[in-house]
Design a protein around this ligand. Structure first.
Ligand code: AHG
Ligand code: MN
Ligand code: MN
Length: 325
């Protein structure tokens, strides 16, 4: 389990994992580089609208997945790519790029896949946004691997605090950016309780949901008078990192299922740089993460921007969703 060393900085934490043989020097360097880029992204987000044009302004371009790119999407992507270039990472995959950026054909063949700016619709609304990353060794042809192959995964959340939630495969650690610009480990052992009374879903899409989702959410909405015999609460931030962090803090279930809208046949969230890293963190903290039937981490990716239905959080509640007809 992650040592709960209160107050050590991320550099000391990574050195400890390296000394324990959990991660390589390249993984250390990549996470350190991501922290440097995250600090710059946090600063940009915090100064949005003063001295710069709106960072939520549309650039006029679209990414491969058809999302309209906002200024901060592109700036965050460029900051991360530049930070990773000198670290020994072989390739960089990004939500904002069609193809892999190949830095070098190294023996280690380490890949960083990232959602540089998650929650883009919230850039101009002063709500929590973030950066998600996944680090794995590419075996065989190409740069894609199943989520189980991840050596490290994490996300930064830019909100009232600038936070990092990180796993290197032995539990999850939380870090907070302090006044001196250091990521300091928090005195908290992230663990997701098996049960919950809180769910996160975009209810505006309910008419598009499959029967399984409709039946499940109806049960929660009928509360004490319904089959669950207790009331539930709902939260939806429109930022995966914000909803995920809340679930690490107090449990919950997050659902972005497939729906009948064109392009949403496999939901909205992308496997390689959203679902896989979050799923590894969730499992490492005792939770469950699935596409509604099978574990996210067992799904074989067929493309950089492949979407998956994404259900994660408190294990008993995810199992309750699985048992729906
Ligand atoms: P991104 O900004 O990287 O495209 O991610 C947005 C995702 C995720 O953060 C959030 O949970 C979801 O989109 C919100 O989707 P809706 O806007 O359909 O609710
Ligand atoms: Mn995202
Ligand atoms: Mn994004």
């Amino acid at each position: 389990m992650t040592g709960n060393k209160k107050g050590q900085n991320i550099e000391a934490y990574l050195l400890e994992k390296y000394a324990q043989g959990q991660i390589s020097q390249t993984v250390c360097d990549a996470i350190t580089a991501l922290c440097d880029a995250a600090k710059k992204i946090a600063e940009l987000a915090a100064q949005n609208g003063i001295g710069t044009a709106s960072l939520g302004a549309l650039t006029g371009a679209e990414n491969t997945d058809g999302d309209e790119q906002k200024a901060l999407d592109v700036m965050a992507d460029e900051l991360i790519c530049a930070a990773l270039a000198p670290t020994g990472i072989a390739a960089y995959l990004s939500e904002e790029r069609d193809d892999a950026v190949v830095f070098a054909h190294t023996k280690e063949r380490l890949v960083v896949a990232s959602d540089p700016l998650d929650g883009s619709s919230n850039i101009d609304t002063n709500l929590t946004i973030g950066t998600i990353f996944s680090i794995y060794k590419a075996e065989g042809e190409g740069w894609l691997m199943q989520g189980r192959a991840q050596q490290a995964a994490g996300f930064f959340a830019y909100g009232p605090q600038t936070l990092l939630l990180l796993t290197t495969g032995q539990g999850v650690a939380g870090f907070c950016l302090d006044a001196n610009g250091q990521f300091i480990q928090m005195d908290w052992q992230p663990h997701i309780p098996a049960t919950t009374s809180e769910f996160a879903i975009n209810a505006a899409n309910s008419r598009y949901w499959p029967a399984k989702t409709k039946n499940y959410i109806t049960q929660l909405l009928t509360g004490k008078e319904g089959p669950r015999g207790r009331n539930f609460n709902m939260r939806w931030n429109g930022s995966l990192v914000a909803d995920a962090f809340r679930i690490f803090r107090r449990g919950g279930i997050f659902l972005y299922p497939q729906d009948s809208r064109k392009g949403y046949e496999d939901g909205r969230l992308r496997l390689v740089y959203e679902a896989n890293p979050i799923a590894l963190l969730i499992e490492q903290a005792g939770g469950r993460a699935s596409d509604g039937t099978k574990a996210i981490l067992d799904i074989v990716p067929t493309g950089y921007h492949m979407r998956v239905p994404f259900i994660f959080g408190s294990a008993d509640e995810v199992d309750s969703y699985h048992s729906q007809q």
